[in-house]
Design a protein around this ligand. Structure first.
Ligand SMILES: [Cu+2]
Length: 411
């Protein structure tokens, strides 16, 4: 056990060469940098290449991309692991109290996130070779989640779900940008400590060794004009674990409404579900604000050959396409105090197979990963004060969600 835990601490960092146009400008102060061994560029192949995408799908972020903020931003890649995956088994790290992972900086703003998974040599680890990144969720144990802190689920001890969510990656590996239009980022302070809720499924008959990775855009705390972003994770279960049972056929899950205590701009939101999900919608005051269509197999790494898929495809089709991209809504719209936010997730097994594991349907999820830039987030606001100042309680009827079949499917 001890040695396995030590492996966790082997998180490595790499830096891409800054693009030519930014070499002459001021660079961010040095961070906690550990060089990553050079990878064989040819093996990273096309899985992050910019292919023609539906208009609502943001391009995945590559280390060769310039940062959104050419003056103060710097892309940093962290590599976490290794995870040694037994054949046909799930790797699971506990939700909270899991292993500590390295932060991409001692103190900074995080303006962008891009999750991924790779093998030792840096090549893509995905469902085409039998490994599925169920989720990799970066959590800050030293800060309190802005949405969940008030009312943990009755099923779990008080405070269990309080840590602050930073970034959520399912196998679709969503790119998140918080600083492309406005100067916001998730704030990291010296005392902060990151952990990662992790589940990785090995569908193959071979033992696999994989690493999770996150590319972060790191911005120094003293970069002019930057403010702390606020992450509100609008989950159909809301604060108490995200899994909901997969049902047969065509069904939906609807969250209760969360009443906003804030005003601010919407920086980013994207929807997350598992195989079988067609859309995940964010509703503001009962009206669909963001329809996050789930796209399957737009990239070759997200298409699984029949030899592996035959045991995991609820429709027993000839090969299985997995969610490779999710529609996102970025840099438009606002939320105001008393706005009611909710998520409706739609599933249709006849359109997209659900995932089977050991002969049973794997659990579903329905979440919108919403990030806002609050009007009251003063420049370089001390996070502890902003948390203390947030006093709006969750409404008493904001309890654990129950499945709803009444939601109307988006047109
Ligand atoms: Cu999930």
């Amino acid at each position: 056990m001890a040695s396995a835990r030590n492996l966790w601490l082997m998180a490595l960092v790499s830096f891409a060469a800054l693009p030519a146009q930014s070499r002459s400008i001021a660079r961010a102060p040095p961070f906690n940098e550990i060089p990553l061994p050079l990878q064989d560029a040819a093996k990273t192949k096309e899985h992050f290449e910019q292919i023609p995408l539906p208009p609502q799908v943001p391009a995945k972020i590559r280390m060769s991309d310039p940062p959104a903020d050419l003056e103060y931003g710097k892309l940093v890649k962290m590599r976490y692991g290794p995870y040694v995956l037994r054949p046909n088994a799930m790797y699971h790290a506990p939700f909270v109290g899991g292993p500590i992972i390295h932060k991409p900086c001692e103190e900074c703003f995080l303006g962008a996130f891009q999750g991924d998974m790779e093998y030792e040599d840096g090549s893509s680890a995905n469902v085409d070779t039998g490994v599925y990144l169920h989720h990799f969720v970066v959590v800050n144990s030293n800060k309190i989640d802005m949405l969940c802190k008030q009312e943990p689920s009755p099923k779990v001890p008080t405070g269990w779900f309080s840590p602050q969510y930073i970034y959520n990656s399912g196998n679709e590996r969503p790119p998140v940008r918080l600083n492309s239009k406005f100067n916001f980022g998730m704030r990291v302070d010296k005392a902060d400590s990151f952990t990662a809720m992790t589940e990785i499924l090995n569908m193959s008959n071979d033992t696999k060794v994989v690493y999770t990775t996150v590319i972060y855009e790191v911005i120094p705390l003293n970069a002019p004009g930057y403010k702390e972003a606020t992450h509100l994770r609008i989950d159909v279960t809301q604060c108490g674990g995200s899994h909901v049972p997969a049902l047969k056929g065509d069904y939906t899950y609807t969250s209760k409404e969360y009443v906003s205590g804030y005003s601010g701009v919407i920086l980013h939101t994207d929807g997350h579900g598992h195989s079988g999900t067609t859309d995940v919608n964010l509703l503001i005051n009962g009206t669909a604000f963001c329809n996050s269509v789930q796209y399957y197999g737009l990239r070759p790494d997200w298409v699984q050959p029949a030899s592996i898929a035959m045991r995991h495809d609820s429709n027993n089709r000839n090969g299985m396409r997995f969610i490779s991209d999710a529609g996102a809504c970025e840099d438009y719209g606002r939320i105001e105090p008393y706005d009611r936010l909710s998520t409706v997730a739609y599933y249709d097994e006849s359109k997209h197979s659900q995932l089977m594991m050991h002969g049973r349907l794997d659990a579903q999820m329905g979440i919108h990963f919403l990030y806002i830039g609050r009007d009251d987030a003063g420049e370089n606001l001390k996070v502890s004060e902003s948390y203390r100042n947030w006093t709006r309680p969750m409404p008493p009827w904001f309890k654990n969600n129950v499945p709803s079949k009444t939601a109307k499917r988006p047109q």
